[in-house]
Write a protein that binds this ligand. Structure first.
Ligand SMILES: [Zn+2]
Length: 122
């Protein structure tokens, strides 16, 4: 999947989304690329499907309010996957402060972005 994307677009998509952020700087980059992906997905859905999806706040990420982030992100994923008829994983029930849970979550979450962008051809 990743190879296909690099080939068809000539650049690496979702650069920071694949790896679990550790430092504050990596979290900032992850949050930026994440919002960028959701913005592009919502714009493409509007264009291709005619639905104007809600822009739930996902950046900046407040590490003291990760539950809110997880809820908002889950809303975005539920909305996009519903329209794209893609499978939704449970992305809300995770403890992102735990290193193991974070790295598992990052991978599942990244896949949903890859599938959504691939389906939309963006
Ligand atoms: Zn997301």
């Amino acid at each position: 999947m990743a190879g296909w994307q690099v080939e068809s677009h000539g650049r690496v998509m979702l650069p920071a989304l694949e790896n679990a952020p550790k430092t504050d700087q990596q979290w900032l980059e992850w949050a930026f690329d994440h919002r960028d992906s959701h913005n592009r997905i919502r714009a493409a859905i509007k264009k291709q499907y005619g639905y104007d999806l809600t822009d739930y706040q996902i950046e900046p990420i407040n590490k003291n309010a990760l539950t809110q982030f997880l809820q908002n992100n889950s809303q975005l994923h539920g909305d996009m996957n519903g329209i794209l008829k893609l499978q939704s994983e449970d992305l809300e029930d995770a403890n992102l402060q735990d290193e193991k849970e974070l790295s598992a979550w990052i991978k599942i979450h990244y896949q949903e972005h890859v599938y959504a962008e691939a389906k939309l051809g963006i």
